[in-house]
Design a protein around this ligand. Structure first.
Ligand SMILES: [Mg+2]
Length: 176
């Protein structure tokens, strides 16, 4: 099974830092169409998200779950296979699951029998691109925040860079 791994904040929904309020969830432009088209193309869809607000004690796991559920509800029923979140702090010692680590993607692949070489990570940060590449996936940099420094690095590290999710879908559609 091939998969699309979506980052959540500023990729599928507008980022609200350490968001624990499902009522504030707003989809990013084109997110719903992108998910529905990719699902129809035969991809299993996953959310892969760093949520250090839990590790920082700012929000609970239940609040993260509620925001995730609201996200899935807005995108449309039955689209996503699973959601993986890492609650670690950025400076946590040891083997963190946080992107750019590929750990959440590798776990999803193990648990769902995914072919990582035919899968794609899509996100708005270099850490998304690096997690995807480290996992052996294609990586799309979604330039939703217009961060000039990250964009410059993404041009050399990502397989595809775009300002529009629809363009990423068009690029994936051309895969053999
Ligand atoms: Mg993001």
């Amino acid at each position: 099974m091939k998969a699309i791994f979506f980052d959540r904040d500023d990729t599928l929904i507008k980022d609200v830092p350490y968001n624990g309020e499902p009522d504030t969830v707003v989809l990013m432009p084109g997110a719903r169409d992108a998910c529905q088209t990719l699902k129809k193309l035969g991809y299993a869809l996953f959310i892969i998200s760093n949520q250090s607000g839990v590790g920082r004690g700012l929000i609970s796991k239940e609040q993260v779950d509620a925001v995730n559920q609201r996200t899935l509800d807005l995108l449309g029923p039955g689209l996503f296979t699973a959601v993986y979140c890492c609650f670690d702090l950025p400076d946590q010692a040891g083997e963190s699951c946080r992107k750019p680590s590929p750990k959440m993607l590798l776990r999803a692949a193990r648990e769902h029998g995914l072919d990582l070489a035919k899968s794609v990570m899509i996100g708005d940060k270099l850490s998304d691109v690096r997690a995807g590449k480290s996992a052996g996936c294609f990586a799309v940099y979604y330039n939703s925040r217009h961060d000039a420094d990250e964009l410059a690095l993404a041009q050399s590290e990502a397989d595809y860079v775009t300002d529009l999710l629809a363009d990423a879908v068009g690029w994936i559609k051309r895969f053999p």
